[in-house]
Design a protein around this ligand. Sequence first.
Ligand code: GLC
Length: 546
Amino acid sequence: MGNFKDKVVYQIYPKSYYDANGDGMGDIRGIIEKLDYLKWLGINDIWITPVFVSPQNDNGYDVADYKKVDPLYGDMEDLEELILSAKEKGIGIMLDMVFNHTSTEHEWFKRALQGEKEYMDYYIFKDGEPDQPPTNWESKFGGNAWEYVPSLKKWYLHLFDRTQADLNWENPKVRRELKDVILFWKEKGVTGFRFDVVNLISKPEKYENDQEGDGRRFYTDGPHVHEYLKELVEDTGIADMITVGEMSSTSLENCIRYTDPEEKELSMCFNFHHLKVDYKDGNKWELQKPDFKALNALFKKWQEGMEQANGWNAVFWCNHDQPRIVSRFGNDKEYWKQSAKMLGTAIHMLRGTPYVYQGEELGMTNAGFTHIEQYKDVESKNYYEILLKQGKTSKEALSVLRERSRDNGRTPMQWNGEEHAGFSKAEPWIGIPDNYTWINVEAEKEDSDSILNYYRKLISLRKELPVIQDGSVEFISHENPNVFAYRRSLGEEELLVFCNLGEEEIEIDGIKTEDYERIIGNYQGIAVQENGFMLRLYETVVLKKM
Ligand code: GLC
């Protein structure tokens, strides 16, 4: 497996990054223009969410042609230039492979709809009556996971939107086609891949109703998933590239297998358990304050568990499917700066590869939308309707979206304080929070105390200190669940990382501060006390043994 332990990856959602051609939507040339910024920030690789031909029902996660660039983003020459220019600056490009499903506009699906047997076998079609879906499984975007096709008198499976039909990985032809896609992009010089919801690719032999849940237990980390991944990696020769699998509702045991270098599956995995601690009874659409005790327990389990078994984590708070972390686990008002820096530290000192999602390095906040018309995301729109049907008023439903919508993370990158945040000359495809006048790259680059300059320092620390790259990790327990703390150690080297997730001072006892050097933190100095120190509101401090 390739060496990625000293790397930091930056995620770009192109539609909202930078608009070079002035149509209100970000594009590939926009990314090329911002490569110097990324080089300055110090990141190693960029993961770009899908830019392939797509009807954009799910903003590109509904791919209609895996080998063509959607004109919305530019053309093949632009993408080739991006790969090349990035390479010249020492930055790798990771593309997003959406292999669990295709768009229903994909040629394969269109031919399947024509009744071509060969292509029907590319998908999961089941016989049935128009009023009786084959199982009661639910789509992740709401509603039943099957769609009826009258002309075929069959249903097809879609774990996501109805326009995202699940591929049949049991069919060796499908696996061959997908390997071919990997080879095509590998040839173009990309350095790695992100695999979308890749632990859902292997469906069960029997399709039965789920009496206990929404069906996910039957297809999550399914029967042949490890086998299929090994085959994909081996046949395309990507074992030494940087690869990350997005794992939906997965388990520690499976993620160990996905990432143990001896298994030759993936470099690392994303899991989302830590981002469900504010879901009430596991329901994203029911608001609840974050449970930091659970958060601590989850990180302890995953960090220590992955290390013991030689697995590797991708560590992150944000992506294009998540609300902004400073608005979620921090305080985006009075303690905006402190809490954003604290949350960044919590992730960047961990064992694993940190991912920075565009704008996170600025402390960008949730969108603050107040009208349903402002939302663009298919999931948000579906759930708005579902919440109304469940009896919520429109005001109540909007207050849930305000916290939970994926669009919170999709507002344009805030480049400067000018019109449209310097993102575009035209009206952007989605709204921009008012705070762009002071939360933006230009302003923060100049301010040595900014969140941006703090992230830059966090990124450079990983390159400087082997203990961050390779040290073992051990969580430090404290009676107050707002303390998020861990020790990293490698030989003689030792780091202590303390984060206060709350708005009260907490005493940390039993640390001889004089034995440590403070290497980064969000307050001036350390509030030394007789038997340790005081962790102030949203304070973080990293101590290195002298
Ligand atoms: C992943 C993507 C998300 C997409 C879904 C279906 O979770 O991150 O944006 O909607 O897969 O492809």
